[in-house]
Design a protein around this ligand. Structure first.
Ligand code: DX5
Ligand code: ZN
Length: 216
C-alpha cells in the first residue's frame, strides 16, 4: 500500500499547525520536511526551530529531507529536534558511508536521496545499510515542478535491486507527484510518495480524498 508524505514546503506557513493537523486527521503517517540551505539548492526554507515546534503538535513520522551541503554538520541537531528519518543527498556527502552510520548512531532511520541525473550505482554498496532511498523526480529546490518521466524507470530498476537482495529498504519519490501520475508511480514500486502542491494547494481534505480514491 502506497503511503503519502505531504511536504510542508507547500503549506500555508501562517497556519502551519492547522495544516498539519488536517493532514494528520486524514490518516497520513509521514510528514515530509524539506530543509534547504541556499547552497546545495538555490532556495532557503527553514530549519530546526520550526521542526522542534511542530514536533510538539503531531505524532506523525518526521521524514526530514536535507538539501544541504555537508549534512554531517547538522545530523545530531536534526535528530534532537525530532526527525525520525533523515535523508541526505549522495551528491552533498564526500563520505556517504560515514554519514549513514552517523544518522543511525543518532537513533534515526537513514535514507539517501539521488538527484535525477545521479545513477543508482552511487548507492550500490551502501544500499543494504539504508532504511529508505529517495528518488528525486525533479531537480530539488522548489515545489510545484513537473515530474521528470525517466524517474519511473529509475524507480523500477531500484525496486528490482531491493527485491533481488531481499531487502526491506523503502523507496520514496519526491517531486511533481499528483493525482494524475500517482497510480503509475505506485505501480513502478514506490512505497512513499511525497506530495507538496498536490496536497496543500486548495482544500487539503479534498486533495487527499481524491488521491486516496485513486489508490483504492
Ligand atoms: C523539492 C522538494 C519537494 C517538494 C515537492 O525540492 O524536495 O519535497 O516540496 O513539491 P511538489 O510535490 O509540489 O513537487
Ligand atoms: Zn523533499
Amino acid at each position: 500500500m502506497l503511503e503519502i508524505a505531504p511536504s510542508i514546503l507547500s503549506a500555508d506557513f501562517a497556519n502551519l499547525g492547522d495544516n498539519i493537523k488536517i493532514v494528520e486527521r486524514t490518516g497520513v503517517k509521514y510528514l515530509h520536511i524539506d530543509v534547504m540551505d541556499g547552497k546545495f539548492v538555490p532556495s532557503i526554507s527553514f530549519g530546526m526551530p520550526i521542526i522542534s515546534s511542530i514536533r510538539n503538535i503531531t505524532g506523525m513520522i518526521f521524514d526530514v529531507h536535507l538539501m544541504i551541503q555537508e549534512p554531517e554538520r547538522y545530523i545530531a541537531e536534526f535528530a534532537k529536534c525530532g526527525a525520525d528519518i533523515i535523508t541526505v543527498h549522495a551528491e552533498a556527502c564526500v563520505h556517504l558511508d560515514r554519514v549513514i552510520t552517523q544518522i543511525k548512531d543518532c537513533g534515526c532511520k537513514a535514507a539517501v536521496a539521488l538527484n535525477p541525473a545521479t545513477p543508482l550505482q552511487t548507492i550500490e554498496y551502501v544500499l543494504d545499510k539504508l532504511d529508505m532511498v529517495l528518488i528525486m523526480s525533479v531537480n530539488p529546490g522548489f515545489g510545484g515542478q513537473k515530474y521528470i518521466p525517466y524517474a519511473t524507470d529509475k524507480i523500477k530498476t531500484l525496486k528490482s535491486m531491493v527485491t533481488a537482495r531481499k531487502l526491506s529498504t523503502l523507496i520514496e519519490v519526491d517531486g511533481g507527484v499528483n493525482a494524475s501520475n500517482v497510480q503509475e508511480i505506485a505501480e513502478a514500486g514506490v512505497d512513499i510518495a511525497v506530495m507538496g502542491s498536490a496536497v496543500f494547494q486548495g482544500s487539503i481534505e479534498e486533495n487527499l480524498e481524491k488521491i486516496y480514491n485513486i489508490m483504492k
